[in-house]
Design a protein around this ligand. Structure first.
Ligand SMILES: C=C(O[C@@H]1C=C(C(=O)O)C=C[C@H]1O)C(=O)O
Length: 267
């Protein structure tokens, strides 16, 4: 549960953007933690490790189900900024919390797409290919990455609600929603200046966080083939991966969430 949701003025667009900025740090660090291990492809292959309890799926899916089942029981997924990857989760054992009814109730969940992007695009680019048997550790880091990416992308619902309530654009959104004009809604909610500033900031963060501060410390984001030298210190980091992840996937998927949230806003 993010305490931001209990603060007054939580739908202030700048406050929401600040949450997204903070999540950049979380996502970069989660990626760095996963990069400590090899790809360990077996954990993403159905029955790759052979389950004794009859589970038919990947090790990552099994691990996700185990963790999300416990978290669901302590009402994690009743928070409007938390979305499970597991399809059937149990009801909480705790009484429901009274959340402010900020969002229009909806069932928008793009976690299947997030997981595919993460497995197909992120893992192969941040991890050394191979099997180091650290299946539990690798999957633990995977889940941290997936949860951070899911929170970030589904925050698009709050951003969309904020934009919808803005008196300057409210009537336009209402008309476009009634016209089912997804393309026009996408164009109206897009802020290219914010996106460009984000990508520039992200590259700087990735370079700073990925700096090899100790000559003999292998930094997991260090990619020898992509060396950049800055102020006398070798900064070798796959900054491109972090920037491309946002440019190609995180931002576009966040905007899909915004559009789909708005499309059901008047239901
Ligand atoms: C999140 C917003 O909506 C859109 C999506 C963005 C993103 O995913 O980073 C940034 C700007 C907008 O194009 C926003 O306006 O801040």
């Amino acid at each position: 549960m993010s305490l931001d949701l209990l603060q007054p003025g939580i739908l202030d667009l700048n406050s929401l953007r600040n949450v997204l900025i903070r999540l950049e740090d979380t996502i970069i660090f989660c990626i760095a933690e996963r990069a400590q291990f090899h790809t360990n492809d077996l954990i993403y292959q159905p029955d790759g490790l052979g389950f004794k309890d009859g589970f038919s799926g990947t090790f990552l899916d099994w691990f996700l189900e185990q963790i999300e089942t416990v978290h669901a029981k302590v009402r994690r997924y009743q928070s409007p900024d938390e979305y499970p990857f597991t399809k059937n989760i149990p009801a909480p054992i705790l009484d429901a919390l009274e959340y402010p009814s900020v969002l229009k109730p909806n069932n928008i969940n793009v976690n299947d797409q997030i997981k595919s992007i993460y497995i197909d695009f992120v893992v192969p680019q941040i991890c050394e290919s191979g099997d180091d048997k650290n299946y539990g550790s690798a999957a633990t880091r995977d889940i941290e990455c997936l949860q951070a990416l899911s929170r970030r992308i589904h925050y698009g619902k709050f951003v969309a609600e904020s934009k919808f309530l803005d008196p300057k654009y409210h009537d336009t959104y209402v008309k476009l929603i009634k016209d089912h004009d997804r393309d026009a809604i996408m164009a109206l909610l897009t802020n290219e200046q914010v996106e460009q500033k984000l990508l520039e900031r992200l590259r700087k963060k990735a370079m700073i966080y990925g700096q090899d501060f100790e000559a003999n410390t292998m930094n997991p984001l260090v990619q020898p083939q992509s060396g950049n030298v800055t102020d006398g210190r070798n900064v070798k980091i796959n900054c491109d991966l972090v920037v491309e992840l946002y440019r190609k996937h995180v931002i576009p998927l966040t905007k899909v969430v915004e559009v789909e949230y708005l499309m059901q806003r008047l239901d």
